[in-house]
Design a protein around this ligand. Sequence first.
Ligand code: 2P0
Length: 319
Amino acid sequence: MSTARAHPNIALIKYWGKADDELMLPAAPSVSLTLDIFPTTTTARLAPTAQRDRLILNGQEASEKALSRVERVLDVIRAQAGRSEKLLVISDNEAPTGAGMASSASGFAALALAATTEYGMDVNTAHLSRLARRGSGSASRSVISGVALWHAGTDEESFAEEIPAPPLAMVSVVLNTAHKKITSREAMVTTRATSPYYRGWVESTREMAAQMVEACKAGDMQRIGELTELSALRMHALIMSSEPPIHYLTSASWRVFELARTLRGVGLDVYATADAGPNVVLLTRPELAAEVARHAEALGEVNIAHAGNGAYLVAEPES
Ligand code: 2P0
């Protein structure tokens, strides 16, 4: 039995669009912060007599769709390990339902570590990141502590690695909006197929990622924040330019973007970003997080997060 834990991450430079849907290769690099809240803990146990893998998610038998995504990653891992036994996988997310924090990144990062350990593989962090990527692109980044750069390129080249960065904090603002969800995966395909801006997005993301690496290295909080908000706005503009248009941000989301602008107006380093949904995350300096959270409380439910650890093994209690 092998148990691993991983945390969600929020992209500073967004991943949107694949170069290869099967190998889960991104069209451009991205940069993210792994958080220290809402971990996923996953246990993998060899099930030598089972015909199929089995997935228990938050105490319940997982759907066929969730199971088949897990099986696809486990098939890749088994092929590399030279093993054929199936696994029982038990996975629990600490994020409260509706916390607006996608669990696929933490989930596939924890799964990759638990499963490779259970099959007796000795994988380095880069390779673990490649394997997590096969479950969900953003999971490649949750393998990594702190700020991660996920490289685009070939299967071999496309993994995430930690880059030097100053201390950062995030205040997530969960908005109470009923919202019909179009998954990131589906929306990425629609965007690539229909938006006339897609090529520009890919090109500008390459540039923004390179600039973000430099800003992080220099500890330039203002530039890190500006690039973070710019990447989010460009991503949402791209997504809205699809046909049919896809809208993730609502009027409530824009109020949080406006709050960031207002706080910058009084000299605070606060920048907004948002993923494939209406909730907004505010990026700031750790010493400002409590103050930013107080300002955002009127707009939604807030949670403060800092840089967290990448995927790690959890010791089993003696039985
Ligand atoms: C990101 N997102 O960089 C971007 C920004 C959402 C918006 O990565 O198809 O669940 O499994 O690779 O990783 C969410 O997409 O998509 C995501 P797949 P994933 O965080």
